[in-house]
Each structure stands twice: as C-alpha cells, then as structure tokens.
Design a protein around this ligand. Sequence first.
Ligand code: AMP
Length: 399
Amino acid sequence: MSLNVKNVDSLNFAGKKALIRVDFNVPLDEHFQVTDDTRIQAAVPTIQKILKDGGSAILMSHLGRPKGGPEDRYSLKHIVSAVEAALGQKISFASDCIGEEASQKAAQLGAGEVLLLENLRFYKEEENGDAAFAAKLAKLGDVYVNDAFGTAHRAHASTAVIAANFSQKVAGYLMESELTNADKVLGNPERPYTAIMGGAKIADKILIIERLLEKVDNLIIGGGMSYTFAKAQGGSIGTSLLEADKLDFVLELMEKAKAKGVNLILPVDTVIADDFSNTANQSVVNKGEIPDNWMGLDIGPKTRELFGKVILESKTILWNGPMGVFEMESFNKGTKAIAEYVAEATRHGAFSLIGGGDSAAAVNKFGYTDQVSYVSTGGGALLEHMEGKVLPGVAALAQ
Ligand code: AMP
C-alpha cells in the first residue's frame, strides 16, 4: 500500500473487540432475501482472522439509501441469516448502531462471537461525517478495522472520521487486496496496456479517462458514452444516449489521444433498436448512421472483433463499464464478447482488472469471475483511486 497502512495481520486480536466497517450493501429481493452475497463473502477472511485470534467482531455497514432515519426495508436484520451462512456461525444483532442496546451487546461479546449493528445510514450523521456520532460508534470496540473498499472514497463517520478515536487501526484483507491489485495497474503496468471504458455517462468518468490517456497504449470506448463521440464526429445517432455538453470535451480528447500516441478505438458499428426494450425491433448499422427514432443499445459484430483483437494483444487490461444494455438479453452480446476476450487474454498471461459495479455484475452474470485476474468490489472508489486521489477511508488508517 502506498501510505503507511497496516493490515489485520499486524495485530493479534486475542481478547480484543474489533469494530469492523464492512460493505454489506447487498441487493435484496422483494422478500428481503439476499440475491448476491459477494460483498458478505468478501469480508469473511478478515472476520475469521479476528475470531481465530480469539477476538470478537462488531460489524457495521450501510444498506441502500435511507433518508436519514430508520426504514424497515433497509434494516440489516434482513441479512443476518446470510451473514450467519457465510460465517458458519450464529451472530447477534443490535437494532440500533449506537445507544444502550448496542453498548450492552458489544460489552457482552465473548471471544469468537460476532455482533452486527443496524444500518449506519439511519443516522444522517453517518454521511455528514459527524465526529460526535463517530465517537459513539468508536466506544463499541478496541480496534478499528476498515474492510469496506466500496465506500473508502467517502469521508463518512464510520469510514474515515471514526479512525481518529483509535490508536490501533488497520485495513482488512479485502481493502488491502483491492489496493494491491489497483496498484498493479497504476504503477508500472506491462504493455500493451489497454483500458476499456463503457457505461452510460461520460460525465462520471471524465477524470479517469483523462488520467488514463497519460498511461495507456489503447483506450477502447464503448457503451452509451460512445454515441457522444459519434455525434461529435458528425454522425447521426438517432435517439441514442447523448451528452450534448460533452461534445467539445470528446473532440479535445481525441486530439489529445493523437498527440500522445494513444490508440483511441471507437465502435465501427452498432446494434440499434426502435425502443428501449428487450423485444424491440433491432438491426445493425455502421457507426454514425443511426436512423431517426432508433437508438444504439450495443456494439455491433465488427466492433466486437475490432475490440477483441486489441484486447488479445494486451498485457494489462482495465475494464470499467458495459458495452451496451447488458441487462437485456437482446443487447448483451457486446459486453459478453468483451468478457470472453478479457478472459482469453488473461489465460495468455495478461493481468486484467475489472472495476466497478456494472462491469463486475456483467462478468459475474456471464460466469467469467474466475477467469479474470481481479474483480473489484468498488465502483466509484476504484475509479477515484485510479484517478490518483487519496481515498479518505485509506488515509484515515495511516499510522
Ligand atoms: P455506468 O453506471 O455509467 O457504468 O452505466 C452502466 C449502465 O449503462 C448499464 O445499466 C447499461 O445498461 C447502460 N448502458 C450501456 N450502454 C448503453 C446504451 N447504448 N444505451 C443506454 N444505456 C446503456
């Protein structure tokens, strides 16, 4: 890790109560069942190390976006059985993250036992980074552990502010491996280095795209954001996604790429539809030739091949953002093909880092998780780290 941050291996937790910030912001179905427990599983090694040492674990997390007060649908009580299944043991639950019940249950916790606190975001003080609220949480544990990489870019009470209350504060294994894997791409990547950017909005990714131009050999752009490029080049894009205020930016970006010798690769064809629907009529056209009232929802077959060739020649690959509306079966071929090419390049020795919620979801959905080098659990956090920002959640752990 670049800052002087220690991990859980630097401590023996025997007799200690570890207050662990985890990211248990998992998806729930309408019956409040956890539909994907990846984030819970990701925290298990850290929790188990602490329990094995003879310590106890107090877990704190947010879930969803409550409006600053208790809301049943965002209660962490819904995930208790999923956490128990992941850990293979019973845990206790406090129906408030601070206050009498939480203090008592934390105080009674014995070696090897686990307590889960209610949703931190039931207090607006959490997102406000309130120091008094952080101090109340801090009283529950002896050591602070942050294993919530996904929220490390936020200076919230439980992710950053709280650390000042502890002399012993360390990163969990997940946090550490996220940073180590990101640093493989940030440091001295083996070349050719290819970044694949997709997804809906350029606005969210301007900083990372600019930063990548300084680093990469190839910058592939697909997904909804590519239509703004096609429009800027004078093409017709019908009703495809357009960020009209970014037309100048993309032209400048293309100039910059040329000046820096970066190979900027844009789609050459696109799958179009007459409606934003899985059952819409569809067709394939060359880029910039989308008829009125049609929209581009995926990269076309020629583009899949073009992107694939570049990916297969790469030694380092960073992928963020889907190539199309991969949630709909009719428009998932581009994203699926890219996942396949990245997996193949990885088999041939490339290092591949998949970042961000939607690309990670796509890789999971298509079954390639084990065939790429690392799938990050962090969306915004990974991008901010790659932009070169110091994440508040990491900075707070510095010794
Ligand atoms: P982002 O959060 O910016 O990474 O965007 C991810 C979302 O972009 C996914 O939900 C995709 O369905 C969506 N997306 C990708 N390509 C397109 C497209 N051509 N048109 C509309 N949405 C798209």
